[in-house]
Design a binder for this molecule. Structure first.
Ligand SMILES: Nc1ncnc2c1ncn2[C@@H]1O[C@H](COP(=O)(O)OP(=O)(O)OP(=O)(O)O)[C@@H](O)[C@H]1O
Ligand SMILES: Nc1ncnc2c1ncn2[C@@H]1O[C@H](COP(=O)(O)OP(=O)(O)OP(=O)(O)O)[C@@H](O)[C@H]1O
Ligand SMILES: [Mg+2]
Ligand SMILES: [Mg+2]
Lengths: 259, 259
């Protein structure tokens, strides 16, 4: 069965896009048929992997706003070997307003993904990059997904946001999507020289009910540079600490039991 | 006249909260009567400055959702000398949905701030911390403010977001708030050892139409630690590079011409 994984945290700048892109690329490199969906109007994940100047076709905005648009029309095939992409665009930001009065607004993504769950497109993994908000795009994502990975930056404000997200996931699971479960938390932007990173890491491991992956994504400037070259960390600097961390994380994710 | 300044950037984790808190504290310390408004449902700015265990009264959620609640009922006076705070709470996140059908939804904050602009409460500066989104809370902020400071993280994804925000500000200025103007951009989280920081800083200074403040906020772990002690950077480590940068920024902000 296809693992449809939301990469979610409503706190900004915690490494959601970095994780979605690099985990998708590594699983694809390991032979898993992977689809990366960019559901953030800022389209950072799209910008990261897709070279500038690539002609823009339809985006996830069209997929959510136009009932007649199909997944097949939007998908960019072979962005990397084994990796397809559903690109985002800024027009996705009007989504919240335009769908606000549609009674089926939270099911838009789920319906379009039937091409995968019930149809002819088969993927092993689908990863969904989300914006820093608990609004309509997040609700669509949690309604359509069966798993959630939560990147948690090892800085002071991390815990509050996680608790609120867990409550939102619980509500979606109870009301509309019983298959939704948290695959785990990933500690990100870890700076082992600082006490605050170590303190937050211990606090998260100690207090959170879900699994916290053993792999920690370190602060590594190579990760910040790779997007400007439109290369995954493996293409840009395969020997870097960032690349090594994502290889380890991919192994852990592959080892996740089906819930 | 009161300077009502939105601290805005829809990109997450670029230092909005850090800037709002520390700039408010420094201007208050210099003798300016200052009000800090937390308009982010994640309430990081509130958490930063207000000690845990302080009894929670009303929040900006009540101010926006309840027409009968006044500014006076919500304000926490004397959070620091010369500094008052309008605290946020998680209940602000239901705001977008609950106000969606209210025809006057974008004027809620502006009306409540009349207690300052037309009434008896006088402040020299009002700073508004905003969430990473261009939704209803941002529209309320831009409708009520007369100035905008845009923190820009010196990393690859910085420029796209700035352009979209500039367009939003322009639209609000033309349609409903002619007094709205950008005071300037502040380069944040600058790491002078990395090429990417220097490249993004040059690009922003070279391409952006508005003023870019000379002061740059450096990456400084003391800034990341201060919130966990509920102290401004000046209380926590007045000799740090972060504290020195915010003192310089406060001088530049005081020197801003009235538009
Ligand atoms: N481990 C890391 N080391 C160094 N830089 C990183 C790391 N992870 C991410 N970055 C950089 O930090 C910035 C924020 O990361 P990213 O965009 O992945 O966060 P996000 O959670 O997707 O943000 P948003 O909430 O705005 O979508 C980006 O410029 C990214 O390249
Ligand atoms: N110059 C800096 N050096 C080191 N750490 C910083 C710096 N500025 C901010 N931080 C830390 O980085 C994290 C993100 O900063 P902050 O919360 O101010 O960003 P934000 O733009 O308000 O994020 P959001 O979009 O989620 O509201 C916080 O943990 C903060 O303490
Ligand atoms: Mg992102
Ligand atoms: Mg903030």
């Amino acid at each position: 069965a296809t693992r449809i994984v939301a990469v979610a945290n409503q706190k900004g700048g915690v490494g959601k896009t970095d994780l979605t892109v690099n985990l998708s690329c590594q699983l694809a490199a390991l032979g898993k048929r992977t689809l990366m969906i960019d559901l953030d109007p800022q389209a950072n994940a799209t910008d990261y992997l897709v070279s500038p100047g690539t002609p823009a076709g339809k985006s996830t905005a069209d997929l959510l706003l136009d009932d007649s648009v199909t997944l097949d029309e939007v998908v960019m095939e072979g962005c990397r070997e084994n990796l397809d992409v559903l690109p985002s665009s800024q027009s996705l930001s009007s989504c919240q307003i335009r769908l606000a009065n549609d009674i089926n607004m939270q099911f838009k993504l789920k319906k379009k993904l039937r091409a995968i769950t019930e149809g002819s497109r088969s993927y092993d993994y689908v990863f969904i990059d989300t914006p820093p908000s608990l609004g309509l795009l997040m609700v669509n994502t949690l309604t359509a997904a069966n798993g959630v990975i939560i990147p948690v930056q090892t800085q002071y404000f991390a815990m509050d946001g996680v608790v609120q997200l867990q409550e939102t996931i619980k509500k979606v699971r109870e009301d509309i999507n019983p298959s939704l479960h948290v695959l785990g938390l990933v500690l990100t932007m870890y700076d082992r020289r600082t006490l605050i990173s170590r303190e937050v890491a211990e606090k998260v491991r100690g207090e959170v009910g879900e699994r916290v992956f053993s792999t920690v994504i370190p602060v590594n400037v190579r990760l910040a540079q790779a997007p400007s070259h439109h290369k995954s960390i493996f293409e840009y600097d395969p020997g870097s600490s960032g690349a090594r961390a994502y290889r380890e994380l991919a192994k852990e994710v592959l080892g996740c039991p089906d819930a």
